[in-house]
Structures are given as structure tokens and as C-alpha cells.
Design a protein around this ligand. Structure first.
Ligand SMILES: Nc1ncnc2c1ncn2[C@@H]1O[C@H](COP(=O)(O)OP(=O)(O)O)[C@@H](O)[C@H]1O
Ligand SMILES: [Mg+2]
Length: 213
């Protein structure tokens, strides 16, 4: 981590919806994330996003070092084993490249599968969440259930895309996100309540777009 810049905004975003709710779509279509010419690293276990893809951490790291030397934009995805230990090492690598003088986009899909405890984030993921902003990190997280990720992750994302939920999760999500159960129930796939700090929730209907891979 270098060149800290405390004036950088917190643009971290959380996408919450059940499977098929359109989380990967919402993330892919987010206009705040340029498609090219920026540094973008992805934890992408289901291979949902276009990127140069790696299945081991050493191969991911090697490509990252090469791209940093080249000094241009890149999209590098790790799509190997998704366990907490591997995720922590991956987060450590991401932290090491952060630079407050240039943005680094960080996509993390299906966060719940690499969450150890809901009380707080694991060590390096916690550093990424708590200190990444000053060093240019913009973190985009998806999860099916808001109750299965750490409070650190939830709290460090001022922008939330809240999509469809099923069964008991409707009430849980409504409570967590300060919406009414009725507001969650009326959503269809690819439809969201966009919650941004200091603003009223806004209902957004996305259109399906084919993601090139
Ligand atoms: N070929 C398609 N045409 C139209 N809509 C589609 C198509 N494929 C998927 N979808 C829509 O996209 C949703 C899946 O979006 P996705 O972002 O992959 O969900 P998630 O990441 O939340 O599991 C499906 O529920 C469906 O509504
Ligand atoms: Mg998905």
C-alpha cells in the first residue's frame, strides 16, 4: 500500500440477492466500473466475469507482477479453490498492489463462501475493507444472504443493491437493510432497491445483458 490519500471517497458496493437474483449482472453493468484501462482484480469462483483467468495463486501473482511492470490496465481473475485461507492470501496480494494515486477495482463474488465469522472480517480482508479506500481500492462484493457475511463487510459498503430474496430471508433482509418485507417481496429478478447513504432507496430494473467471457 502506498500514496495514501484520505480525500478518496468510499465507493465500496454490496450486491445482495438470492441465486438468480441478478447480482453478477448488477455488478457487471455498474457504470462506475470501467470495462478496460483500469486495474481490476477479481475473486470469481464461478467464472462469471470476463478476465484473464487463473486457477492457482502463484499463477495469479505472476500475472499481477507482470501487469504492474507493464503499467497498463488489467483484469485478472482468480477462479481456483475458494476457501478462507486462499482468500486471505489473495487479499494480502491485493493489498500489496494498492496505490492511492490510481484506483484498483476489486470484485469479490459469493463472499459468504469465504466468510469465517459474521462478527468481523478475517485479517487481510479486514485490512482491505478498513484501509483500502485511502489507497484507491473500490470493492464490489456479492452475497446471497446479508446475514452470512461479516459486519465489517456490510458496514464498509455505503452503497447496496438489494435484490430478491426467498422465504425467511425476506424478513431478515428487510430488517438488515431497513426496508419493509413488502418492498423486498415486490421485487422480480434483476430488480433492486439501490440504497446509497443519505438518499432514499431507489427502485431499479436492470435488463439482462450477455456477459462476454
Ligand atoms: N439468456 C437470458 N435472457 C434473459 N435473462 C436472463 C438470461 N440468462 C439469465 N437471465 C436472468 O439473469 C438472472 C441471473 O443473473 P445473475 O447475475 O447471474 O444472478 P446471480 O449472480 O444473482 O446468481 C436470471 O435469474 C435471469 O433472470
Ligand atoms: Mg452470480
Amino acid at each position: 500500500m502506498r500514496n495514501p490519500d484520505t480525500s478518496l471517497p468510499n465507493l465500496n458496493t454490496l450486491y445482495l440477492a438470492c441465486s438468480g437474483g441478478g447480482k453478477s449482472q448488477a455488478l457487471f453493468q455498474n457504470k462506475l466500473i470501467p470495462r478496460s484501462k483500469v486495474r481490476h482484480v477479481l475473486w470469481d469462483p464461478d467464472e462469471d466475469h470476463p478476465a484473464r483467468r487463473f486457477y492457482t495463486l502463484p499463477s495469479f501473482k505472476k500475472a499481477l507482477v507482470e501487469e504492474l511492470k507493464r503499467g497498463r490496465g488489467f483484469r485478472l481473475a482468480y477462479s481456483g479453490d475458494a476457501d478462507v485461507k486462499t482468500f486471505e492470501i489473495w487479499c494480502q496480494m491485493v493489498i500489496s498492489i494498492l496505490d492511492g494515486a490510481k484506483p484498483t477495482y476489486v470484485t469479490i463474488e459469493e463472499l459468504a463462501t469465504v466468510t469465517e465469522t459474521v462478527s468481523r472480517a478475517t485479517k487481510y480482508f479486514g485490512i482491505l475493507l478498513n484501509r483500502g479506500r485511502k489507497y484507491g481500492a473500490q470493492i464490489h462484493l456479492t452475497t446471497q444472504r446479508g446475514t452470512e457475511i461479516s459486519k465489517t463487510a456490510y458496514n464498509q459498503c455505503p452503497t447496496k443493491w438489494v435484490g430478491i430474496q426467498e422465504g425467511a430471508d425476506v424478513d431478515r433482509m428487510a430488517k438488515l437493510c431497513a426496508l419493509t418485507p413488502g418492498q423486498i417481496k415486490e421485487l422480480t429478478p434483476l430488480e433492486y432497491w439501490l440504497k446509497q447513504s443519505g438518499k432514499e432507496p431507489e427502485r431499479v430494473q436492470l435488463e439482462y445483458k450477455k456477459i462476454p467471457r
